[in-house]
Design a protein around this ligand. Structure first.
Ligand code: NAD
Ligand code: 6OD
Length: 501
């Protein structure tokens, strides 16, 4: 049965959330007849059921996206499209509390975080990209011709077509809309595959699209897993024109292989093992506050987070001591409690992975400054995937804990002696996503920032985002840049039109 509203907690469902496919403007069950459980990471309780899409469901979604592109959506003017996207932004804001509750339940992230970051950015991603695309200027070139009359060349941007958007679980609404916003603003239609861990906000967004009057088929959602499931079926689908993906580097490799068939374009935001560099000429209070956020925000599940901290030797002992005090003061608790600063990891599976690194750190000879285990939680949270914030010192740069992305609330801190040394050590990684520098010396900030292998380097800040700026990773942290007008390079084809005068 198809419905315009997904009825998140229908009476017959025992109060559980139902995450259904959203295809061609209507919610429906998957043709597979298969569902899987949605588990709240804070409690370990099953809080909903998710429909698992098969090839037929994905095919229906791609077909709906194609028809909308060739039909009502493709016929709208840029101005009409942007007006609809403003309404989508307003719709998210109007239903702020529902998005907040759904996002927090799925991820375990504290309300105090999602209220200020995830949900507002979900709305802003539609508004800002509508503004960007409305204001893009077209380049033109006049040329001489033998008859002396000349010719005029000008570039126009046209939509790429049907875009597959494959999403991770760490910032579900923020990262999904960061792709869907520019894709739609540029005139494409989308099929979204949210992470199997966090289906709720992408599903809820379907209702907002309908309320805003976005034509059916422009925004579609299919649920499921990666290999042999919705993720693979979508990225392998021959009628998908381009694939934008955020997630692990290994998954990016698999998607790139799928994209090779049909030579489809990809945009990838992948993993990181980001350095934070603290010089002795920093403002220590700022450096501690910023490093605390960059290590522990969202329980360390931020691709831009710092997992390798390098501290100028004269400051090392004091810095480690103050970071320890900060980590031990973090308030763990129910995500809905506004005083909570640290939620659980996203799942039991992810906690096992992070714990394996906690164990490995011991085997590799780390000194555990703080943490390293599972915290004691009150009985209502005891079934959740909680883990202690953890700091290590004493490992060599080639230890696996220092080289591999962990994606948990943990970091290794090591001393350095001079600038050239720390730049070389910071760059000694396959990743190149982000870096944070802490120094009050402006010349040093410029000098070091230019030499770091990082798509974004923050100086005396972290996660300060201006959506007009280029965003993406170097090396194995990604392919391409999105953000502001950079997004047009992926979400549009640039065509040249040459007019003989
Ligand atoms: P993941 O790669 O496991 O999964 C991401 C998505 O890909 C999910 O929807 C999953 O179902 C799907 N998927 C998995 N295998 C697939 C396949 N073979 N074909 C098609 N789809 C497939 O990543 P995750 O665990 O959800 O997220 C954590 C990772 O994401 C970390 O590595 C983190 O660094 C990275 N990340 C990067 C950025 C960035 O901006 N660079 C942002 C957020 C997260
Ligand atoms: O702020 C953004 O636009 C962005 N892409 C953030 C990525 C965070 C990764 O976890």
């Amino acid at each position: 049965m198809l419905e315009a509203v997904q009825q998140p907690r229908s009476p017959g469902s025992g109060g559980r959330r139902q995450s259904r496919q959203f295809i061609d403007g209507a919610y429906g069950d998957a043709a597979t007849g298969r569902t899987f459980d949605q588990v709240a990471p804070a409690t370990g309780q099953v809080v909903g059921q998710v429909q698992e899409a098969g090839r037929d469901d994905v095919d229906r979604a791609v077909t709906a996206a194609r028809q909308a592109l060739n039909g009502p959506w493709g016929k709208l003017t840029l101005e009409e499209r942007c007006q609809l996207l403003y309404k989508v932004a307003d719709g998210i804001t109007a239903r702020f509390d529902e998005f907040l509750a759904a996002e927090s339940e799925d991820t375990g992230k504290p309300y105090s975080l999602a209220r200020h970051i995830d949900i507002p950015r979900g709305a802003a991603n539609f508004k800002i990209f509508a503004d960007t695309v409305r204001n893009v200027a077209s380049k033109s070139f006049e040329m001489a011709t033998p008859d002396g009359a000349g010719a005029l060349n000008y570039a126009v941007h046209v939509p790429k077509g049907v875009v597959a958007v494959v999403c991770p679980w760490n910032l579900p609404l923020l990262l999904m809309t960061w792709k869907v916003g520019p894709a739609l603003a540029c005139g494409n239609t989308v099929v979204v595959k949210p992470s199997e861990e966090t289906p709720a906000t992408a599903t809820l967004l379907g209702e907002v699209m309908n309320e805003a009057g976005v034509p059916p088929g422009v925004y579609n959602v299919v649920h499921g897993f990666g290999p042999d499931s919705a993720g693979a079926f979508l990225t392998e689908h021959p009628d998908v024109d381009a694939i934008t993906f955020t997630g692990e580097t290994g998954t990016g490799e698999a998607i790139m292989r799928a994209a090779a068939t049909g030579v489809r374009d990809v945009s990838f935001e992948l993993g990181g093992k980001n350095p934070g560099i603290v010089f002795s000429d920093c403002d220590l209070d700022k450096a501690i506050e910023g490093t605390m956020r960059s290590v522990f925000a969202n329980c360390g599940q931020v691709c831009l987070g710092t997992e390798r901290v390098f501290v100028h030797r004269p400051l090392f002992d004091e810095f480690v001591e103050r970071l320890k005090v900060g980590a031990e003061a973090l308030t763990l608790g129910h995500p809905t409690d506004e005083a909570t600063q640290l939620g659980p990891l996203v799942s039991e599976v992810h906690r096992s992975k992070v714990r394996s690194y906690y164990d490995l750190a011991g085997q590799e000879g780390a000194t555990v400054v703080t943490g390293g285990g599972i915290p004691q939680m009150p009985s209502d949270l005891a079934g959740g995937s909680w883990i202690q914030p953890t700091i290590w010192t004493g490992l060599p740069d080639d230890a696996r804990v220092v080289r591999e992305e962990i994606f948990g609330p943990c970091c290794h801190v090591s001393p350095f002696d001079d600038e050239d040394e720390v730049i070389a050590r910071a760059n000694d990684t396959n990743y190149g996503l982000a870096a944070a520098l802490w120094t009050e010396n402006v010349s040093r900030a410029h000098r070091v920032a230019r030499q770091l292998d990082a798509g974004i380097t923050w100086v005396n800040s972290w996660f300060l985002r201006d959506l007009r700026t280029p965003f993406g990773g170097m090396k194995q942290s990604g392919i391409g840049r999105e953000g502001g007008e950079y997004s047009l390079e992926f979400y549009t084809e640039t065509k040249n039109i040459c007019i003989k005068l």
